[in-house]
Design a binder for this molecule. Structure first.
Ligand code: 3PY
Ligand code: MG
Length: 256
């Protein structure tokens, strides 16, 4: 069995996740083997489809770490399918109201919290569950549901979103949030107003007993966020790892 994300959060206090857009299982496995605590497969802006998610989760499991899936906007059916395939957590973008959060929780949690439909064949194997009832008893608590907060509406509705049963965590999208706060003026995750709003979201979600995730574009940003108390920090993306690794090796090779 592969540890769940919530087990890692309990054991380590915080985790660093890789972020993978390329729909090739070997890329996800390689990122996991590079030392990330977990790997997120992105279907919103990344190129993943249901089949590459199924293969990617398997490849990440082979490396012994949990996989998380970011689904496309409003695709709660995919959230359910990703959990069935063995995702340890779901990140749902653009959750802007209690109604959005309720729809997300309905798809990701079994009764009495939601209406997740039964069919966790692969998930049971990855979790090492001894049978259907064992999986059913643990699933609502062992798989995490992240609501992305990245619009003005979401910031305004934060308390109602946090109050929805089954929403275990929020994940701040700092780029979209900065575009929203500046009313389309810029995309700048490190903008002072953006960071101030994010810190307020962090404090309020923690006060409500929820985990908080954040996206970091650089290692230095990730270090800053871990220091500020974010629980789940996603760092860079596969394309960035490739570009940065290649640039650094080329610079070495061409150094005078
Ligand atoms: C954002 O910054 O808007 C994100 O969605 C990060 O993944
Ligand atoms: Mg976003």
């Amino acid at each position: 069995p592969v540890p769940s994300l919530i087990a890692l959060l309990r054991a380590r206090g915080s985790v660093l996740s890789s972020w993978i857009a390329m729909p090739e299982p070997l890329v996800a496995e390689s990122a996991a083997r590079a030392g990330f605590d977990c790997v997120t497969l992105d279907m919103q802006h990344g190129l993943h489809d249901p089949v590459s998610i199924m293969r990617g989760i398997g490849a990440v499991a082979l490396a012994g770490v949990p996989a998380i899936v970011r689904v496309p906007v409003g695709d709660f059916a995919m959230a359910s399918r990703a959990l069935d395939m063995g995702a340890s957590a779901i990140i749902a973008p653009m959750i802007n109201s209690a109604a959005d959060a309720e729809a997300l929780a309905r798809a990701t949690k079994y009764p009495p919290i939601g209406e997740r439909s039964w069919g966790p064949v692969r998930a049971m194997q990855i979790a090492g569950a001894t049978g259907g009832n064992a999986y059913l008893q643990g699933a609502n608590a062992e798989t995490l549901t992240f609501a992305m907060i990245e619009t003005r509406a979401a910031v305004a509705a934060l308390d109602e979103i946090l109050a929805v049963p089954g929403i275990d965590a929020i994940f701040i999208g700092p780029s979209d949030l900065s575009i929203a706060l500046s009313r389309g003026g810029h995309v700048d995750p490190m903008d002072a107003e953006n960071q101030a709003v994010a810190s307020d979201l962090l404090a309020r979600a923690h006060a409500a007993g929820k985990y908080v995730g954040m996206f970091a574009l650089t290692g230095a940003q990730a270090k800053l966020y871990l220091g500020l108390g974010y629980d789940f920090v996603a760092l860079g993306s596969d394309d960035m790892y490739l570009q940065a690794g290649a640039a650094s090796m080329l610079a070495e090779a061409r150094a005078k």
